[in-house]
Design a protein around this ligand. Structure first.
Ligand SMILES: *Cc1c(COP(=O)(O)O)cnc(C)c1O
Length: 377
């Protein structure tokens, strides 16, 4: 979207505002499918759970990865509202519940939908057997997360050495393991993580088959990186590596799915905020804007992401600090922004802020989350 259009939307709707461009979401989805044609897309809803995004991706052909009961119901209810011919009856085609740890009430509630759920340990297996006996299972493997911006391997995933035993135990308990899954860590710019994970998954699936247990689905998770800066190599290069490994390691009949979150939505949104205060401290200009790290810029804290700020105004750039609107010192958006001289009421914007930003915004200090405007719906 052009800066001019963004500016006019912010003028019309007021600030703080987040503008989500659905043409970009559709383009990202098409790019994923083009480069990984064997892989079905399950959008990881937690990256941005806006119902409008769920509808756009559903219409484009995507399925969904959810990680809580409210997310599951959000997708389920959205799909139910669409015309019947666009709906699929079989829930696994559309939703995978990919949080390996689930409270028992959640399992009890999910069971009626015969969901596909992940697990990575024995205690979870016992819970699933008791509270969701109609679920299909996906075993989550621990795989290298080296260099990924958000590390997950210390929290989730069974040791590959235990994997086949956990698959056996599920079948012996009368359950069915449909899939093997992994997650290489979010914003994974180290493509070797995918290569190693695919090799680990292939070895587990092969050994399970040798014990008579056929795994039909491979779930390669999320982590597909977004070009926040110039150092991120293009998605097409990652896709080439993944396609080569998939072709070499898995039979043509293996169903393959992925759970991209960030990749589909990060570049689709921009945030516009207004300068509400200005001071000079230790010789440096400090701007205060009407958004914060407790709101749209929450990704700075929770997602280890730095968003560059830009001004609509032209002029010589100077190094400055930018703070959020709340009273907390943690609410620092940047100590090293380059902006032209700004005045109170001037607008600034940040691009590539569609993933793990609005999604984790709070009401801290009494400030509501920014308004969200959808364009090209
Ligand atoms: C968060 C998450 C994703 C999405 O990760 P991205 O890095 O945003 O692609 C996918 N799968 C699981 C299990 C997740 O927890």
């Amino acid at each position: 979207m052009t800066a001019r259009r963004l500016h006019s939307i912010a003028r019309r709707h007021g600030t703080p505002v987040v503008v989500i461009d659905h043409d970009i979401i559709r383009r990202n989805y098409a790019s994923f499918r083009k480069h990984l044609p064997r892989v079905q897309v399950y959008y990881a809803v937690k990256a941005n759970p806006a119902p409008e995004i769920i509808s756009t991706l559903y219409k484009a052909g995507a399925s969904f990865d959810v990680a809580s009961l409210p997310e599951f119901m959000l997708v389920y209810e959205n799909i139910k509202r669409l015309p019947a011919r666009q709906r699929q009856e079989f829930i696994w085609d559309k939703i995978v519940y990919a949080n390996p740890i689930k409270p028992r009430e959640t399992l009890q509630e999910l069971d009626q939908y015969k969901p596909l759920v992940t697990y990575d340990n024995r205690a979870e297996l016992a819970k699933i057997r008791r509270f969701a006996p109609h679920a299909g299972l996906a075993l989550r493997l621990r795989v290298p997360n080296t260099g990924s911006i958000v590390e997950l391997s210390s929290k989730f995933g069974c040791d590959p050495g235990e994997a086949v035993d956990l698959i056996e135990e599920a079948f012996e308990a009368g359950l069915t393991v449909e899939a093997v899954s992994f997650h290489v860590g979010s914003q994974c710019t180290n493509f070797e993580n995918f290569v190693q994970a695919l090799n680990i998954a292939a070895a587990v699936i092969r050994e399970a088959a040798s014990r008579g247990r056929q795994i039909k689905i491979l779930d390669i998770g999320g982590g597909f990186p977004v070009p926040y800066d110039r150092h991120v190599r293009p998605f097409s290069a990652l896709a080439r590596r993944i396609n080569a490994e998939i072709g070499r390691l898995f039979p043509a009949g293996m169903q393959i799915l992925a759970e991209p979150g960030r990749f589909l939505v990060a570049t689709a949104a921009a945030a516009v905020a207004r300068v509400i205060g200005k001071a000079v401290r230790d010789g440096k200009t400090c701007y205060y804007i009407d958004d914060s790290v407790y709101h749209t810029f929450s990704g700075i804290i929770f997602d280890h992401c730095q968003y560059r700020l830009k001004a609509f105004k032209k002029g010589p750039l100077e190094i400055c600090s930018v703070f959020g609107q709340t009273c907390d010192g943690l609410d620092t958006i940047s100590h090293s922004e380059q902006l032209p001289g700004l005045e109170i009421e001037d607008l600034v914007y940040s691009e590539n802020i569609g993933a793990y930003a609005s999604a984790s915004a709070t009401w801290f200090n009494g400030f509501p989350p920014a308004k969200v405007v959808h364009v090209n719906l």
